[in-house]
Design a protein around this ligand. Structure first.
Ligand SMILES: [Zn+2]
Length: 132
């Protein structure tokens, strides 16, 4: 674990409006506190600066790990994951009730790898009424 200086951590959290930048879960509704994710992991030469950091819930952060991409479940082709610093969430995902649907290779690959529609996460969104 890399220690993120507190001012940088705060900057990342405020920029994200206190929501996970992958699944949009608000920190205030999460059982475990959200974390700061290296979009490009340190092992891939990513750096600890604001442009490479994202605010992520613990589930998204755990499932993402140090991965940069995976295989698009629709086409089987390799795709990078959604990058909240260079891409817009609404260009890659759509809500469908409590589900998050990927509408691009990056969106679908991120839904798949980060398990955005696992049973527990859908149940959590339904419980919190987080549909939009
Ligand atoms: Zn999340």
């Amino acid at each position: 674990m890399t220690v993120i200086p507190e001012p940088l951590r705060r900057q990342v959290e405020e920029r994200a409006k206190h929501r996970c930048e992958y699944c949009l879960l608000p920190n205030s509704l999460s059982f475990y506190p959200h974390e700061v994710d290296h979009i490009i992991a340190l092992k891939h030469s990513g750096s600890t600066n604001a442009e490479n950091l994202a605010y992520a819930c613990w589930r998204c952060n755990r499932y993402k790990g140090t991965d940069l991409g995976s295989f698009d479940p629709e086409t089987g082709a390799f795709s990078f994951l959604f990058n909240p610093r260079t891409q817009q969430w609404s260009d890659h995902f759509r809500w469908q009730d409590a589900r998050i649907n990927g509408i691009t290779p990056e969106g679908r690959t991120t839904v798949y790898l980060l398990k955005l529609n696992s049973h527990e996460r859908i149940a959590e969104r339904q419980r919190l009424n987080l549909e939009s």
